[in-house]
Every structure is written in structure tokens, then in C-alpha cells.
Design a protein around this ligand. Structure first.
Ligand code: SAH
Length: 219
């Protein structure tokens, strides 16, 4: 299938993307490789056509079934935190959604594993990434609370939905030296946490307040 790259040109033009990149810089994103990747991944292809004109605004947008595509600033912030703290090249993402963050991450790591509990979202995300010639991602339909032990331990785990507490399985599936980035808390009072697994203990750092859809237990 041909990617309708130029559909809605104007709304999705270079200038519109430049404005988003400037906004991310103003908010404190410093990694040029993250900013470049965000400029180059066509976010308008991850949302419904009706929302394409808003796709380069720095906001979360609905993707159906009560879920959202994350705000670009949050994707940038989480990606920046991940690439600056992860040493290896194998990561796990929980909450594929439309696959936008997955597409961003795919250029920074050799292998990305991603899990989504809503099958229809997963199928569409898989198709989008294939259309964009991204081949280093493995998709799974299932419950991300349990991680994906088959391919672990991972150098990094990134969770795109908020959990009331830290999922034990995810902590266990981290490599020594690996990091987990996850929003923790109840709706409207969540904190983005970075947890590093050291040889004999976990180290925790707070990265700021965030607002994510809930991480649901079970499929
Ligand atoms: N990563 C997306 C954001 C997705 S929103 C982006 O780039 O925009 C969070 C996603 O997490 C939703 O699609 C939701 O269905 C999914 N989710 C919630 N609980 C889950 C669970 N236990 N396992 C896997 N996915 C889950």
C-alpha cells in the first residue's frame, strides 16, 4: 500500500512540524535525535483523517475505544529518558495503541517488543509500521501487566498507561542496569517514574506529573 504521505498537505507541512519541534524544545526537550525523529515520523497517519489537521498540535488525541495517542511532548520526554539511560538494544513497550511511540522508538533500538490489549488497535498499528517499512518490532496481543518473559530480560521497558502500583513482572523482566519508565498513580494524579535495576536493589527517580489512560489488568 502506498503511504498517503502528502494527504492534507498544508496541515501537515514542514512549517507545521517545525512549530511542534520548537514547542518541544521550549518545553525542555534537548535531544536532537529525538526531535529529528519526531519531525520525521508522520503523526497524521496515526490518527483518523478527521483529526489529521490537529495531529501536529502538542496534545493527546482520541484513537477510538476510549484510548488516546500520547501527547508528542510526553513521547519525546519518555524517549529521551529511555535513550539516555538504557545501555542495551532490546526494549519492551506496554500499550502499543496506534503505534506512534513504537515508531519513534524503533529507530533507537535494535529490537522493540510491544504489547497491546485491544486487538483491533494492535492490528492497525502493525499495518501502519509495515507501511512505513519498520521491521524491527515484534507485536503481541495480551496483558502488559505480565510483560513478555519469553524475550526478556529487557534493557528498557516503557509503559504508556498508568498503573496504580509497580507491576512486579515488569521489574523482574528488567536486565541488571535496565530501566523501567512508567506512570504510577490514579487518574489525574500520576507521576512518571524511572526505575533502574541495580545488582541488588532498584533505584527510583521521579520525572514529573503526567496524565495517562489506565493500565488495565487482564486482556
Ligand atoms: N503508545 C501510544 C499510547 C497508547 S495509550 C502512543 O504512541 O500514542 C495506552 C494504550 O495502553 C491503550 O491502547 C490501551 O489499550 C493499552 N493498555 C492498557 N492496559 C494494557 C495492558 N494491561 N496491556 C497492554 N496494553 C494495555
Amino acid at each position: 500500500m502506498e503511504i498517503p504521505e502528502n494527504k492534507g498537505i498544508g496541515m501537515t507541512s514542514d512549517r507545521t512540524r517545525d512549530r511542534l519541534i520548537k514547542r518541544l524544545k521550549d518545553q525542555g526537550i534537548v535531544s536532537n535525535s529525538v526531535l529529528e525523529r519526531i519531525r520525521n515520523v508522520p503523526r497524521h497517519l496515526f490518527v483518523d483523517e478527521a483529526l489529521a489537521s490537529r495531529s501536529y498540535e502538542d496534545t493527546a488525541l482520541p484513537i477510538g475505544l476510549g484510548q488516546t495517542i500520547s501527547q508528542p511532548y510526553i513521547v519525546a520526554k519518555m524517549t529521551e529518558a529511555l535513550i539516555s539511560s538504557v545501555k542495551g538494544d532490546c526494549i519492551l513497550e506496554i500499550g502499543t495503541g496506534c503505534g506512534y511511540q513504537t515508531a519513534i522508538l524503533s529507530s533507537f533500538f535494535k529490537k522493540v517488543y510491544t504489547i497491546e490489549r485491544i486487538r483491533s488497535l494492535l492490528i492497525k498499528a502493525k499495518q501502519r509500521l509495515r507501511d512505513m517499512n519498520i521491521y524491527n518490532v515484534q507485536f503481541r496481543h495480551g496483558d502488559g501487566w505480565k510483560g513478555w518473559s519469553k524475550y526478556g530480560p529487557y534493557d528498557g521497558i516503557i509503559v504508556a498507561a498508568a498503573a496504580p502500583e509497580l507491576p512486579d513482572d515488569l521489574l523482574e523482566q528488567l536486565n541488571i542496569g535496565g530501566v523501567l519508565i512508567i506512570p504510577i498513580g490514579l487518574p489525574r494524579e500520576q507521576e512518571l517514574m524511572l526505575i533502574k535495576r541495580n545488582y541488588d536493589h532498584y533505584e527510583t527517580k521521579k520525572l514529573g506529573s503526567v496524565s495517562f489512560v489506565p493500565l488495565v489488568k487482564g486482556e
